[in-house]
Design a protein around this ligand. Structure first.
Ligand code: GUN
Length: 296
């Protein structure tokens, strides 16, 4: 039996993967090529390798083409720009991402600005960030897009609600706070954005109808910080070493699920929540790139 308090990222992402696969099939029926996502991976950071591998696996599952550009960790900005310039123009590629974080000799801001915004399926380029801020259609970063899709598909009311976002990163906190405040559905919420300099986070989080935790600290959100009946979206993904587990670790989020679950109205679990939605959203963006939805 399904638990009505759980916002099930696994079930929803699998439904959306089916929807993407049928759109890909319809492109193929029209004699068009399958959408092609390329990923640039610089160096050998294990977490980045694992994220990119998950993206490639999902592409395969939904019928998209994926290719990986593995570059040495000591690559120069000039050489990386050559690869980006190729991906910006190659007719076989629809969209691409440069996996973050990058080694210290590379300036992430300059790297992102080099990407052709019409192929920026991560939605990180200032053109896409600016379009999102102004409510103009464009590529929206995958995690915020996944959160909005969860709210939409679960028909969770957002209009007139108080949404508190914990964390102001460019990848999640800042864009999701913009999307939640936008004149749209989901959206139309009153948003409070909390960060490391917010003096009393509990005082604000306790007033949230919708609490989005993207703070990057395992188990940060405790029951005493959550209003009775609130909708809790947990963006954190942390691997905690635990020799008692078969794998030697377990995955947990920014929310202390055991404490918060009984008190909240609905919650996204970790694993099985927002993380799966992120990958699906990247595929949705790649499909839009292939369909030339946004050409700037
Ligand atoms: N690193 C962590 N999340 C992301 C993401 O969504 N895109 C890219 N390119 N790098 C990341």
């Amino acid at each position: 039996m399904t638990d009505p308090k759980i916002i099930d990222g696994k079930a929803l992402s699998s439904q959306l993967m089916g929807e993407i696969a049928s759109e890909v099939a319809s492109l193929l029926d029209q004699g068009l090529p399958a959408p092609h996502l390329a990923a640039v991976l610089v160096g050998d950071d294990p977490a980045s390798q694992s994220y990119v591998a998950s993206k490639e696996k999902a592409c395969k599952q939904a019928g998209l083409i994926s290719s990986l550009y593995k570059l040495p960790g000591d690559i120069s900005m000039t050489k990386l720009f050559e690869v980006i310039d190729f991906l910006n123009t190659d007719p076989e590629i629809d969209g691409f991402i440069v996996q973050m974080p990058l080694p210290p000799q590379l300036d992430p801001g300059k790297v992102i600005e080099r990407i052709n915004p019409s192929r920026d399926v991560d939605g990180f380029h200032p053109v896409n960030a600016g379009r999102m801020m102004q409510g103009i259609p464009g590529f929206v970063p995958a995690t915020p897009l996944g959160i909005m899709t969860m709210l939409e598909r679960y028909r969770i009311p957002t209009e007139g609600k108080h949404c508190v976002v914990l964390g102001r990163s460019n990848i999640v906190g800042t864009p999701v706070s913009l999307l939640m405040s936008r004149k749209a559905t989901p959206g139309n919420a009153t948003v409070t954005l909390c960060h490391s300099k917010t003096p009393d986070i509990s005082d604000l989080s306790l007033r949230a109808d919708i609490l989005i935790a993207a703070i990057g600290q395992p188990g940060f959100v405790k029951a005493k910080m959550v209003k009775e009946g609130a909708v809790v979206i947990d963006v954190g993904i942390h691997r905690i070493t635990d020799s008692a587990r078969e794998k030697g670790y377990y995955i947990t989020g920014d929310v202390d699920f055991g404490e918060v679950y009984p008190k909240c109205g609905m919650i996204t679990p970790v694993p099985g929540g927002v993380g799966l939605m992120t990958i699906v959203s990247l595929l949705q963006n790649t499909l839009k790139a292939a369909q030339k939805t946004y050409q700037y």
